[in-house]
Design a protein around this ligand. Sequence first.
Ligand SMILES: Cc1cc2nc3c(=O)[nH]c(=O)nc-3n(C[C@H](O)[C@H](O)[C@H](O)COP(=O)(O)OP(=O)(O)OC[C@H]3O[C@@H](n4cnc5c(N)ncnc54)[C@H](O)[C@@H]3O)c2cc1C
Ligand SMILES: NC(=O)c1ccc[n+]([C@@H]2O[C@H](COP(=O)([O-])OP(=O)(O)OC[C@H]3O[C@@H](n4cnc5c(N)ncnc54)[C@H](O)[C@@H]3O)[C@@H](O)[C@H]2O)c1
Length: 475
Amino acid sequence: MKTEIAIIGAGTAGLSAYRQARKRTDSVLLIEAGPGGTTCARAGCMPSKLLIAAADAAHAVRVADVFGVRTEPPRIDGVAVMRRVREERDRFVRLTLEDIEAFPARHRISAHARFVDDHRLRLDDGRELEAERIIIATGSSPSIPEPWRALGDRLVANEQVFEWRSLPESVAVVGTGVIGLELGQALHRLGVRVRLFDKGRSVGLLKDQAVIDYALRLFEDEMLWSAESELETPQRDGDQVLLRWTQGGQSHQERFDYLLAATGRRPNVSRLGLENTGLKLDKHGVPEFDRQTLRCSLDHIFIAGDADGELPLLHEAADDGRFAGLNAGRYPEVRRYPRRAGLQILFSDPQIAVVGAGSAVLEAAGRPYREAGLSFENQGRSRVINRNRGFAKLYGCPHSGRFLGAELIAPHAEHLAHLLAWSVQQKLKVSTMLDMPFYHPVIEEGLRSGLRSLLRNMQMGEEPVPGCMDCGPGG
Ligand SMILES: Cc1cc2nc3c(=O)[nH]c(=O)nc-3n(C[C@H](O)[C@H](O)[C@H](O)COP(=O)(O)OP(=O)(O)OC[C@H]3O[C@@H](n4cnc5c(N)ncnc54)[C@H](O)[C@@H]3O)c2cc1C
Ligand SMILES: NC(=O)c1ccc[n+]([C@@H]2O[C@H](COP(=O)([O-])OP(=O)(O)OC[C@H]3O[C@@H](n4cnc5c(N)ncnc54)[C@H](O)[C@@H]3O)[C@@H](O)[C@H]2O)c1
């Protein structure tokens, strides 16, 4: 078989690449090894947000008392919770599969592909394929310490959680990154006994120490959270997992129904036969590539989405795929595509977001910056709706006056983060952001207070008046 363009992997990145490549040529093959439907719909963004939505509903009942609304403690029907998660998830998967089935059958191959050399792929159905250009869009998989595999079906990662028929009694969540925090808090709020384990004191995507400290205080108050703990290799004990760990010099042990490995994800490149190509690989075995062209060290090979190991996020995978597809289609001419401002959101409660250049990026770049802290505890709208827990750091450039980025744990951070990311991408000055309209009473007024402090700290504005009332109380 011969084709102009072969795309390995029909996830978000591969589908996006296919749609662009196809505009330029009819000689495209989209190769998918699994059931398809994308990680996002099947085992990622969508089912995790469905589980979190159930947890939010339970939490709203528990805190209704604050408003004088008396309720019984919520009774969680685990079977019904998981049924809705799976049914809605299946709907998202079905819609994605319908899209793919609308592609001409001659463009679709159901097989696992592996490089034989720079241009040839061997499929696991025995066929061989020669392609002028190849896009690697193979996604990522959970990275799980090998000895944990002995736990058998008591060891789960995200995929298995969304197959549960009911909620278990207890889960040990190892890793307090994005997946650990999202799923751990959701399960906890759904009545599961959850303990989160972390080697250090990390919280999701945060890097700013002051924001981490604030977030950690909140989560340690709410959940069993073993920070700075050293885990021994978990043992299977009947139908349970026995965990032993030390924390602050003390030894502990506890049994759980499951161990949820939330210990990071790694690009799916190990079974791709990359060693048979002339591609330059980094120390993790991932092809080196250029983020603006998506081109690898061999001109005709491109990489997109989680497979490139850079920013494992849905919108980045879609952009990667689009640019790789456009360039593979246009080959040998390639174009450089500007990337969007950084935007990452973690759907905990309160939500967490990192926008533009977070503190780690600014420090690493040695860029001059000023910062301002912002508490949401007395913020008007946040108090009105009883969601006044949150802290943010805003960063700005003292030379240009431009807004550079933010790290935040805040009520409705998913919306605040978009406003801030759009400001970063528009290269807005902090003073220009402050000229924008702010309604009253809204959570965005909190941002305005933070931006005023930032302007002051950049020596470009007045000392903000404490408890300023120019837009009503709690601005
Ligand atoms: C629990 C969880 C929650 C998430 N939540 C969010 C969120 O809220 N927001 C967000 O932005 N991101 C989220 N993400 C990340 C997001 O899901 C991923 O960044 C995105 O799905 C990656 O898309 P992709 O196309 O790179 O990979 P995938 O969608 O995984 O596609 C890769 C495809 O390649 C196929 N494949 C692999 N190897 C081969 C081969 N050799 N031959 C043929 N086919 C092959 C695989 O079967 C797969 O179908 C979440 C991830 C997880 C795990
Ligand atoms: N809302 C979202 O956008 C969203 C949601 C879920 C996942 N994702 C994507 O999926 C990626 C993977 O998520 P993740 O949470 O698995 O990875 P992560 O890198 O965010 O977190 C992994 C955590 O596991 C810890 N860890 C690693 N090995 C360990 C060990 N042996 N023992 C104890 N702790 C250990 C690490 O210190 C880290 O805190 C994220 O980077 C993110 O891009 C995004």
